[in-house]
Design a protein around this ligand. Structure first.
Ligand SMILES: CC(C)(COP(=O)(O)OP(=O)(O)OC[C@H]1O[C@@H](n2cnc3c(N)ncnc32)[C@H](O)[C@@H]1O)[C@@H](O)C(=O)NCCC(=O)NCCS
Ligand SMILES: Nc1ncnc2c1ncn2[C@@H]1O[C@H](COP(=O)(O)OP(=O)(O)OP(=O)(O)O)[C@@H](O)[C@H]1O
Length: 198
């Protein structure tokens, strides 16, 4: 049987790192952030809709989505964020289902979905894995690794579900407050538990 797993966590919690570790252990990964980029690549109807809603000024000189610019707009204005999400989320959802259907038989298929709690998708999965870190650590990583200001980091975190809201839908919680080696061990433990259910 294929076990379908939702993986989520706040921004900069370590989701992508956990995803990569799960892939190394043999899981198939469906990456929502990656799909969210593909559906607004130049030439897509997704990008056309974004331009219709936000104007040509959100394009770079070579006609791609100017992501930092759009980020600055939507993380400062929840209404605009909803407009962007209304264009992107249905496309990501449909594409993720297509990839899942094309994947065939695998023991574990992991859907990495940053906004799994926000978009009420927990029921779609056999298990939900939440990567949990204290908010201060999220801010620290975003400032240190991504060159964001504390205000920018906090506005992104404020656009997401709270830790408590995510933990409420968790089947398994991975605490990512230790070293990468510690994380690897926690991921291996969770993967073993998932395999036992598959
Ligand atoms: C606003 C955009 C253009 C900024 O792009 P940028 O390259 O700076 O960020 P990236 O896409 O890599 O996202 C990084 C992280 O930001 C957070 N994030 C992104 N979108 C959102 C959102 N709508 N609400 C809350 N957090 C978000 C997530 O934790 C995500 O992992 C982009 O994030 C976007 O198109 N967002 C809307 C689509 C979306 O909701 N994607 C996330 C899940 S599918
Ligand atoms: N336990 C850890 N120790 C040290 N650094 C870590 C640890 N876990 C993750 N990191 C680092 O923190 C950064 C954020 O991790 P990652 O990209 O996996 O987060 P994410 O949750 O996928 O982020 P986003 O929501 O933006 O997609 C990366 O540079 C990663 O290498």
């Amino acid at each position: 049987m294929t076990l379908r797993v939702g993986l989520t966590g706040g921004i900069a919690s370590g989701k992508s790192t956990v995803s990569r570790m799960l892939a190394d252990l043999g899981a198939v990964i469906i990456d929502s952030d990656l799909i969210a980029r593909e559906v607004v690549e130049p030439g897509t109807d997704g990008l056309e809709e974004v331009v219709a809603a936000f104007g040509e000024e959100i394009l770079t000189e070579d006609g791609a989505l100017d992501r930092p610019r759009v980020g600055a707009i939507v993380f400062a204005d929840p209404e605009k964020r909803k407009v962007l999400e209304g264009i992107i989320h249905p496309r990501v959802f449909m594409r993720a289902i297509e990839i899942d259907e094309a994947a065939g038989e695998h023991a574990v298929i992991v859907n990495d979905i940053p906004l799994l709690a926000e978009t009420n998708q927990a029921d779609r999965f056999d298990a939900v894995v939440v990567v949990d870190v204290p908010t201060e650590l999220q801010v620290e990583r975003m400032v240190r690794d991504r060159g964001m200001s504390v205000e920018e980091a906090e506005s992104r975190i404020g656009a997401q579900a709270t830790r408590e809201q995510r933990l409420a839908i968790a089947t398994y919680v991975i605490e990512n407050t230790g070293t990468l080696e510690d994380l690897k061990q926690s991921v291996a433990d969770v993967y073993a538990a998932l395999l036992a259910r598959a």
